[in-house]
Unconditional design. Sequence first.
Length: 319
Amino acid sequence: MALCVKILNKTALFVNLDFKQLHMKNYFILLSFLIPFGFTAQNQATNSGGQSKQIQPTIIAIPKAKKGQDIRSILENSFNLRLALSVVKKSFDERGYTTYDFEATLRKCETMDLFTSKSQSSFQDIIAKNSSADIFVVVDCNIDDDSNGKKATVIMEAYETYTGRSLANDQGSSNRLRTTDYNKLITNAITSKIVPFLNLLQTKFTQIVEDGRSVQIIFGLDENAAVTYDDEIGNEGDLISELIMDWMDENSYKNYAKIANQTERVILYEDVRIPLKDQQTGMNYDPRKFGRTLRKYLRGLGLVVSVQYPRGQISVTLK
């Protein structure tokens, strides 16, 4: 009798386990079926998890120049401007910022033959982008000399490298002195403003770290496009425009994607936030990575697209 009970118990246990295994197997089969068809999670590279880290920007100081001016001539003919660049860089270095050397970057760009008449970018843009700096600071210097002595004025204007958006600007002036020590005058002018300038710069950059870098994303239709934004895709009856909207909301940094306008041929996102750092790896997160992920998503929908990256923008064309 006891033996029969044991056999029955074992049989019940086997049946129960077999049922659970079958149940779990069916669950995973169902889950694997759902994932490819619209059950998506946010791109982990842009998923902040509600947190952000303090990051100090890298900086390069660049001389002020007008369009068409030869940068080499400016530097060779302006000792005071070269001195101002050196003092500004030193001031950043002394306060713990990582800086890039302007002349070293200039030589690299010249070696790569980037300064050509066909280039649509200013020399500041070319230098900044090829330095890998987060921020470039344009520096200008003037020495005013009259009967009461000399006074140096130094102007600093800071911009985010990728978008070119202004972050901070200030100017400092030295006391008027009867001296030929231009280093003293320029250092005096910069020292009077460098602390509040850097404080503002760090505040603005920290805001970018916390809220994400702002880029503009433009969706356009090729003139011979085979689709429209009102075409349905998939079995759920979603329009192309609706799928784009859902993806942008889901994959933008902290889910911030502000659409400004939509017409028959253009969908304009005026302000889309993407992180400075990959939220999964900690590596720099280039806007082109966001564009690549977006392109692959659209391709997965069966759409033919091309992506370009004008300054501060991601331009997507559906063909």
